[in-house]
Design a protein around this ligand. Structure first.
Ligand code: ADP
Ligand code: ASP
Ligand code: MG
Length: 462
């Protein structure tokens, strides 16, 4: 069997849903379809939670109705009257529940992480209901499966951790029989529930992670991530003008690219696939005929340079210098204990015996962290920093590549330089304002053949 995950832009309107129906229909293997909320809907639901928190019940109610209208309109993709009527009833119930909850929270003006998860989960519940009915309508026997009954997580609302064993048992009990009966399973990504039955979510972009967890649990032959670009690109297309598709990546390369900002994959997506050796493919639902990116244990790429570059923006750098030189051997442990206590993950680290620099993404506990570090260290912070990173298996064997990365960045002020523990990446920390320039220079250096315009001018005038 295979898992096919469709992102928000792949189900944003009727034309998109029709494309998905065609893609799913062309597949002959038993399949579980995992779908995200319609594009922008998760943002809309988070905004609704914010409005409720501000006791703006009127605006929140209006926003709920607008979302409902959008879903009801999309439900029009289902042609058969009876199927459509059932779907509309389901959507009515889903949005009535949301409206009641938002109304109540809007009175109290307090939205807990737990309530926020219940609100946000509406997006994937509604989109998967629509897709299940649309597939059935198109003559593909399908069964909607409630993601809250498939994905078992801990109780960390907003960033829940999956319970693999419990999830696998649910998959065997609820999905397997449907596939064996020849039905397409359809569920929502991103959403799960704790063992106590409270709705949880995996964190933004988490539908990819759901798909991978489901694929691993069901022993899938492959996990397909259908999105709005041709695959993993050599750089973020929002930063670099004409990135190219990377046809093959190793699990490690894909993981590092996702972790360091390649939004096309949620950073945890590869983990479940690695354990079971299941290949992950990234495919374009707007151009299903394109080859996409194939991610597996081995790369068959002629790996002469980096596979791709990535960037992660809006980070904070913290420099921490020990004030007690004689205690140097316990210094690093004490530093990282502070970050652990505040559940704040560190992206890049550079160290010496008595000082350490780190970058963090999540600033929520920054003040408390700095306060605790100051008990034994001098601490300075710098905002608006970013990571730029070159990733590839070749970086491990060819030491010249690191030099070339730094060479391409000459003249830009680099705050930190690090070669990841896997030595499959070279990472620099610089000012956010320099990211575009750094990414373009690296892309030109490694992925764009031929001399640049500036180089041509220089040649011509030489
Ligand atoms: P989906 O809704 O399908 O999950 P996302 O918006 O989460 O889609 O991810 C796809 C987007 O990721 C692309 O449209 C692109 O703008 C962005 N992106 C960033 N870096 C990369 C990269 N290296 N390769 C491909 N896409 C990237
Ligand atoms: N809908 C969720 C989000 O927008 C999950 C996902 O799309 O992967 O973050
Ligand atoms: Mg995504």
């Amino acid at each position: 069997m295979i898992v096919m995950k469709f992102g928000g832009t792949s189900v944003q309107d009727k034309a998109a849903v029709r494309r998905v129906i065609e893609i799913v229909g062309r597949e002959t293997r038993p399949r579980l379809v995992v779908v995200s909320a319609l594009s922008k809907v998760t943002d809309g639901l988070l905004e609704i939670a914010r409005l409720a928190e501000q006791r703006d019940a009127v605006a929140a109610g209006k926003a709920v109705r607008a979302l409902q209208v959008r879903h009801v309109e999309l439900a029009g993709v289902v042609g058969a009257a009876e199927l459509r009527a059932t779907l509309l009833k389901e959507l009515d119930a889903t949005f009535a529940e949301l409206a009641a909850m938002v109304g109540a929270l809007g009175v109290v003006g307090e939205v807990s992480a737990r309530s926020r998860d219940t609100i946000v989960a509406t997006g994937e519940v509604a989109s998967s209901r629509i897709l299940a009915a649309a597939l059935e309508d198109a003559g593909q026997p399908s069964r909607w499966l409630d993601p809250r009954e498939l994905l078992v997580t801990d109780g960390t609302h907003g960033a829940a951790l999956p319970d693999r064993a419990a999830t696998d048992a649910r998959l065997r009990a609820n999905v397997q029989p449907q596939l064996e009966a020849g039905r397409v399973g359809v569920t929502g990504g991103f959403v799960g529930a704790s063992a106590e039955g409270l709705t949880t979510t995996l964190g933004r972009g988490g539908s990819d992670y759901s798909a991978a967890l489901f694929g691993a649990g069901l022993g899938a032959q492959e996990i397909q991530i259908w999105t709005d670009v041709d695959g993993m690109l050599t750089a973020d297309p929002r930063v670099v003008e004409a990135p190219r598709v990377v046809s093959r990546l190793s699990f490690d390369e894909a993981s590092e690219l996702a972790y360091f900002g390649a939004k096309v994959l949620h950073p945890s997506t590869i983990l479940p696939a690695v354990g079971s050796g299941i290949p992950v493919r990234i495919l374009n639902s707007h151009r299903p005929e394109a080859d996409g990116t194939w991610i597996a244990r081995e790369t068959a790429r002629d790996a002469a340079g980096p596979a791709a570059i990535a960037c992660k923006r809006g980070l904070t750098r913290i420099d921490i210098a020990s004030t007690r030189m004689l205690m140097a051997y316990g210094f690093l442990r004490r530093v990282f204990e502070v970050f652990e206590r505040y559940r704040t993950s560190v992206d890049v680290v550079t160290t010496s015996e008595v000082s350490v620099s780190v970058t963090i993404d999540d600033r929520r506990s920054l003040d408390a962290i700095v306060g605790e570090l100051q008990a034994f260290a001098d601490v300075t912070c710098e905002e608006a920093m970013a990571i730029v990173c070159a990733v590839g298996e070749a970086l491990r064997s060819d030491a010249r590549l690191a030099t070339q990365v730094l060479g391409a960045l000459e003249g830009l002020p680099l705050a930190m330089v690090s070669q990841g523990g896997s030595r499959k990446n070279v990472t620099v920390v610089l000012r956010d304002a320099d990211v575009t320039e750094a990414m373009r220079r690296l892309h030109r250096r490694f992925f764009e053949a031929g001399p640049t315009t500036a180089e041509r001018t220089a040649l011509a005038t030489a």
